[in-house]
Ligand binder design. Sequence first.
Ligand SMILES: Cc1cc2nc3c(=O)[nH]c(=O)nc-3n(C[C@H](O)[C@H](O)[C@H](O)COP(=O)(O)OP(=O)(O)OC[C@H]3O[C@@H](n4cnc5c(N)ncnc54)[C@H](O)[C@@H]3O)c2cc1C
Length: 369
Amino acid sequence: MTKQRICIVGDGLSGLMTAVVLAKVPGIEISLIAKKGVKNVDKRTTAISDTNYKFVNQNITSLGSKLFWPSKKIELFYETSKERINFLNLNEANSNLMYVFENDKVKSTLLKEIPKNKIKLIRKDFKNLDELKNYDLIILCVGGQSKFYDNIAKKRSIKKDYKEIAITGYVRHNHKNLNTSQFFLKEGPLAILPFSKNYFSFVWSVKKSFFENNSKRIINLVKGKITELFNFEQDIAISNIQSYPISLRLRRQYHQKNILILGEGLHTVHPVAGQGFNLVLRDIKKLNEIIKYYVGLGISIKNSYALNDFYNSRKPENTIISLGVDATHSFFKQNKYLDPFKEIIIKNIKNNETLKKFSKIISNQGLSL
Ligand SMILES: Cc1cc2nc3c(=O)[nH]c(=O)nc-3n(C[C@H](O)[C@H](O)[C@H](O)COP(=O)(O)OP(=O)(O)OC[C@H]3O[C@@H](n4cnc5c(N)ncnc54)[C@H](O)[C@@H]3O)c2cc1C
């Protein structure tokens, strides 16, 4: 029987992971187009849920346990004009709440899986969709913004420019037992993500104007803030500082004919809750199930309802979670009129066991409860 041919464009985390997962479906041949001469320098970390970690683990044979740093506890703090309130602690006694990995290391591991899974790697800067007309399915994983999407998703997207910048970096420290934490500070949310014994990464989302006014002293500013938050007595070393503009973009249309958008191109969300790649992994899991089903029945993907099925099963969760993250971000934003009411709500959250349980389930499994 002739194999059905899938072409994936883009070698970010979404493209690489999609290629490695779909390559295991019998009856499929995968090609992956990756830009020529681009170095793997994504010096960021990503936090994924326990369920998503298990999915990644099932699909990458060479995944060393050292690549993923588990976390059993997450602490959340809210800063008022007078104090910093530890308003919610999420704990898990017998399992992990989440895992943090370094993007460049996981990308290198995924790249090693390419030849093992007989994926054809084509190194070129892809320019024209017509080049791919002989494929049964084309999956575009070319990041948040690409001119290719304009011809595919013509319906208007939900869009918002937060006018914020996410500052990211790594911190070397000597502090024992540092927990994963999120500080809702007056400048913006700061996430602390331990990824080894003596390192954590941070994501600090601040107003664009704050970033521009302080661009020359960002390292010292971050250092001072982190030292103060944890009462560090010893010096800490900061490296790999990077910055990313933050926006919200949700596609209303996911595909046209046999061309599908996946990854950041489908949904770009605020990093405050670390949900972007978690949604992508759930998308890949569902796409894999659908493709397996159609190919298993001997139906041509090109002429099937596979992409409609994908759209119908993933759009509700992608929209609800992304807008939920947007609402969380708005809630914690400083607002002199609403802040006194927020303080009352926040002080009451700590003892709400139902809310804690619900937050843990949603961030672990999404809406597939
Ligand atoms: C600050 C920050 C923190 C985050 N933290 C988390 C987190 O903790 N948890 C979480 O779940 N998510 C997080 N995310 C989201 C996560 O980083 C992304 O969802 C993830 O990296 C997937 O990106 P991607 O592969 O879709 O896109 P990209 O990483 O943008 O990759 C796109 C790829 O396409 C390639 N490409 C583009 N054009 C072409 C072309 N013409 N030809 C060939 N190749 C092309 C590019 O070279 C690139 O390799 C965070 C995002 C940000 C900005």
